[in-house]
Write a protein that binds this ligand. Sequence first.
Ligand code: DC
Length: 220
Amino acid sequence: MIVTIDGPAGAGKSSIARSAATRLGFAFLDTGAMYRCVTYAALSGDCSFDDAEALLRVARSCQIRLDGARVLLNGEDVSEAIRTPEVTRHIRYAADHPGVRAHLNVQQREAARGKNIVTEGRDQGSEVFPDAQCKIFLTASPEVRAQRRQQQLAAAGKVLSVEEILADQNRRDLEDRLREVGRLRPAADAVVLNTDGMQPEEVLEAVLQIVRRVQDAEPA
Ligand code: DC
């Protein structure tokens, strides 16, 4: 069974998708980490982001292994290195590149083959797994997402104003929505879950309920 969880930045997808996978006993695929790895590799290798062919070569040279919470790129643990603001700022080059997307889509389908899996990203239900049995689009209002992000950052000792976070988030939302290939949108058959006013445990329970409804409806 494939469960896709898509949605905008800061909707809480990663932690909810990861916890849902654990509770269901499913594998978990963080596809944002794959785009981050390609971007990190391009930055490390001095690849010019304007050179589309070079960026595709970089993507093809990336051996990405997602091992629990760890992300390994060509054998190196890059779990933290791929989450810096610098990587986030440059990610649109890989995310906007149709060739890079096609390459990563193949890897994502490969990773899911023969497994029960929860896969998380922007285009999982709409593009990569159009036949997934269960599609969820997790969202929240921009203000709520920015406030949650602020709390997360504060817990990690980083103090930023909601306004600063919101400005960055609005930029990413726009990039994600306007992308020509693989843009952020709910699949026609996705359940849209707006999590404004919900605690993380409530979101997790709501997600699990959606999955269980599908499981109960599937022939054994
Ligand atoms: O979920 P995240 O913030 O780690 O994702 C990083 C970026 O990667 C995000 O800004 C857009 C891109 N992305 C994408 O285009 N398609 C996906 N399936 C996952 C992420």
